[in-house]
Design a protein around this ligand. Structure first.
Ligand code: GDP
Ligand code: MG
Length: 196
């Protein structure tokens, strides 16, 4: 699926507009091992916590329509950040194609938290003039005894990033639904302010 949009780069914007205003491409980024694929699997309904059908568009691309605040929204979730087989281009691709981003770190891994800041800067550089919706995601909140990054630090970082913050646990499925609803709301906020 993503190969198709990659091979004809200029068609990306065409595809987005064809999708209409309620279909968003959301990209998972963050250090290896923080739980991106686990979050994607929940979204994909592997554990069936979100009750609607998910279409698997490719190895690491998932599509699902959610009802958020009485309005449906389709998310195309890309989890290809760690896909080394495809080569380096995939990260540049990820930085370019998202309508919104989930920057994930693990609360048990300070290095992954620091990496999240780097990614925020990279993203800002890659998409300079755009006001891209981002949620900073502190995953593995169930591992309380291994915590290396406090909630306050995560929150403060999000203030600096100018983005939203949430702690999740893919393992016990805490706040995962809220995360995907949250990103839809963030996209809508920007859409609505543009219309005014
Ligand atoms: P990715 O490399 O970012 O895609 O991370 P994965 O989803 O592959 O997860 C890496 C490891 O962390 C796996 O062993 C997961 O089972 C584990 N993991 C992911 N999310 C959580 C979580 O919320 N809590 C706990 N305890 N483990 C998690
Ligand atoms: Mg993964």
């Amino acid at each position: 699926y993503y190969r198709r949009s990659w091979s004809s780069e200029s068609s990306d914007s065409v595809i987005s507009s064809e999708f209409g205003s309620n279909c968003y491409r959301v990209v998972l980024i963050g250090e290896h091992g923080v739980g991106k694929s686990s979050l994607a699997n929940i979204f994909a309904g592997v554990h069936e916590s979100i009750d609607s059908d998910c279409e698997v568009l490719g190895e690491d691309t998932y599509e699902r329509t959610l009802m958020v605040d009485g309005e449906s929204a389709t998310i195309i979730l890309l989890d290809m950040w760690d896909n080394k087989r495809e080569g380096e281009w995939i990260r540049d691709h990820c930085m370019q194609v998202g309508d919104a981003y989930l920057i994930v770190y693990s609360i048990t891994d300070r290095a992954s938290f620091e990496k999240a800041s780097e990614l925020r800067i990279q993203l800002r550089r890659a998409r300079q003039k755009e006001d891209i919706p981002i949620i900073l995601v502190g995953n593995k909140s169930d591992l309380v005894r291994c915590r290396e990054v406090s909630v306050a630090e995560g929150r403060a970082c999000a203030v600096v990033f100018d983005c939203k913050f949430i702690e999740t646990s893919a393992a016990v499925q805490h706040n995962v639904k809220e995360l995907f609803e949250g990103i839809v709301r963030q996209v809508r906020l920007r859409r609505d302010s543009k219309e005014k």
